[in-house]
Every structure is written in structure tokens, then in C-alpha cells.
Design a protein around this ligand. Sequence first.
Ligand code: CP
Ligand code: NVA
Length: 309
Amino acid sequence: MKHYLQFSDFSADEYAYLFARTALIKRKFKSYEKYHPLVDRTLAMIFEKASTRTRVSFEAGMGQLGGTVVNLTSTDSQLGRSESIEDTARVISRMTDIVMIRTFGQDRLERFAEHSRVPVINGLTNEFHPCQIMADLFTYIEHRGAIAGKVVTWVGDGNNMANTWLQAADLLGFTVHLSTPSGYEVDEKLAFGERQPRVGCYKIFKDPRQACQGADLVTTDVWTSMGYEAENEARRKAFADWCVDEAMMAAAKPDALFMHCLPAHRGEEVSAEVIDGPQSVVWDEAENRMHVQKAIMEYLLLGRIGEQP
Ligand code: CP
Ligand code: NVA
């Protein structure tokens, strides 16, 4: 049994399979072809933080694969009344086939997985957001082809998205240019542990505009992630120069794409001109959450299946 708790839980070879599988599953969806490999399977979703995309993409995706979904939040389950994460895992995994969790610390997700009889998927923690980065990579490949050798520029907070980009760059052979305000840097230890990352897999820049030079993809995220709301005012000041605007995009390659995992705040981390402009692929990126997650669920439940695109 496999879990998907962080990006590095799958190998480059597994990602190649999963991206091909995603393309096939997406084509079936777009041509209204019925594809129900997960009939009689149940996905449990646990949300300890808010969500729009993750909730809808997992629920719609599981339904399209023929399965059913149970949705729990900490306010409407016993988790909110101090039942332990371990006992919750023991119980839920006896009744369902696969679990997706959005929570705070990665340790909480790991404790759930340790006590689960079924595969567990990270739907976002404070530390990582692997399903989102998989969707972003699939979107890049759809628009521009292979990601290996390319430059992805991260502008803004050294958060769960940035940490996950680092793992992806290490594994899939591209470079991340990181520009974060001082005090909000990424935690390389978190991304790589004691391992030495691939030489040249990331480079740190003080100036976000410089970081955008030569970029094939520019991407950012909210200044204040869920769970950090008390820091909102301090962050607004610290991040004022980390807004992806047209000048920043002009420093990137002429055919560079812009991505944002959403939700977005126009006028803060990105200008309206950029997110609503011709280089932005944010709506494809959001849609692709559903297609990659269908491939992940199929893989975790059924393994590699014969039909290749
Ligand atoms: N990008 C993302 O995970 O969105 P939600 O918070 O709406 O799920
Ligand atoms: N970094 C953001 C991503 C939201 C999808 C957060 O954790 O709130």
C-alpha cells in the first residue's frame, strides 16, 4: 500500500506514468466517455481548513470514476471534539477505501497515515501541497511540453507550495528560482531532509525581478496562507514588493506562463493584468487538479493498469 503525503513519495518514473494517465483520463472526460474503474470504492475527505478547488475536484473526480465520497470537517465530526487523529484513522480506514486530508501540520497527516489501513493523500498541509504541484506540472506539459531543463520562478512566501516546488525540481530535473522576502524563506531541510538536493535544482534571489529573468514559468501564491492569519498585517508590509506584475513578467521569457494555485488576491501577490492576461493559465491549472487526482486515486487503488495512451 502506498500513500501520497509529499511530492517525493512518487519517483520520476511514476510521475511519467501518472502524467500520461492523466492525459488519457482527461480525454475520456472531455469526450463524455464513461470510465468507472472505482465502482463500490469510497473516498473519505477530511477538511480541517477551508477549500473550494480541492473539495470539488476530489468529489467530482471520484464520482466520475464511479465511486462515492464522504466529506468530514473538524467542525462537524468528532475531530472537533478532541477524538484523536489516530483513532479517527483506525475507524475511517475500516469503512472506506482511500482518504484525502487537508490539515495543519504534516505530522498530523503522517500520524493518520501510520494508523490507516488504506492509502492517504495530502490535500494540503502547512508544509506541502503535492496534488497542486502535480496539476501545475501537468498544465505546463500540456501547454509547453517537457519540464526538464526549464526554469520555474517562485515569487513570494516560502510556504507549502514553494517547498513542494523544491521537491519537484529535484526529482524532475528543472530549476526553481526563488525570491522570498527576508524572514519568509523556504526551509530546505523540510523539502530535502538530510539528503543533498540535485546540484542546480534551485537558486535564491533577493530581487524578484531578477529571479524572473529567463523564466519559463512564473508562479506565486497568497501572502498569508491558511493558519497564519494573525501575521496578516506584518506580511502585507513585508511582501509589498513581491507582486507579480507586468514588469516582472516582461523579465521572463516572452512565452513564459503564469500560474497561481488560487484563491488569488488581485493587487497583492499578482496584478489583475497578469492573472487575467494572455500568459496566465490559472483556469486550466485549477481544472487539472481534478484530472491529476483521478490518476492518483486510480493508481493508489488499482496500481498501474494496462491501458496506456
Ligand atoms: N488551490 C487549492 O488548493 O484551492 P482550495 O483551497 O480552494 O482547495
Ligand atoms: N499556500 C496557500 C495555498 C492555498 C491553496 C495556503 O496554504 O493557504
